[in-house]
Design a protein around this ligand. Structure first.
Ligand code: FES
Length: 114
């Protein structure tokens, strides 16, 4: 095992895109989870921040809601549930805007996708 160097990461945004198939509980995939993920991805990509603000799709984080997806942001350690694309800009202003324009061009490291 090797410890990952996270020192270059400014923040980590986790978006649930879980698709539940085994119960009637809500699934974030059906509650605009992918649209929420795409909103953050596009905003970060347009600013060259995807290598410094990590963005991860997750399975169920336990706060399922039929009105929107669950989102967690670190290091702020703030979680939101029932997030829709219409909420994303407010979350960005609260937690990510401070990084806009602050990228020094160092690519840092990004966890593998897939
Ligand atoms: S399915 Fe997304 S938090 Fe449970």
């Amino acid at each position: 095992m090797k410890r990952v160097d996270t020192s270059r990461s400014l923040a980590h945004v986790l978006v649930c895109t879980n698709q539940r198939t085994d119960s009637d509980l809500p699934s974030c995939a059906d509650s605009q989870g992918f649209e929420v993920y795409d909103y953050f991805r596009d905003w970060l990509d347009e600013r060259g921040l995807l290598t410094r603000v990590w963005l991860t799709q997750t399975h169920c984080m336990g706060w399922c809601h039929s009105d929107g997806a669950t989102v967690a942001i670190y290091p702020d350690d703030i979680w939101y549930r029932a997030v829709t694309p219409g909420d994303c800009q407010e979350i960005i202003e609260r937690h990510l805007r401070r990084f806009d324009g602050g990228d020094d061009g160092d690519s840092g490291s990004q966890p593998p996708t897939g």
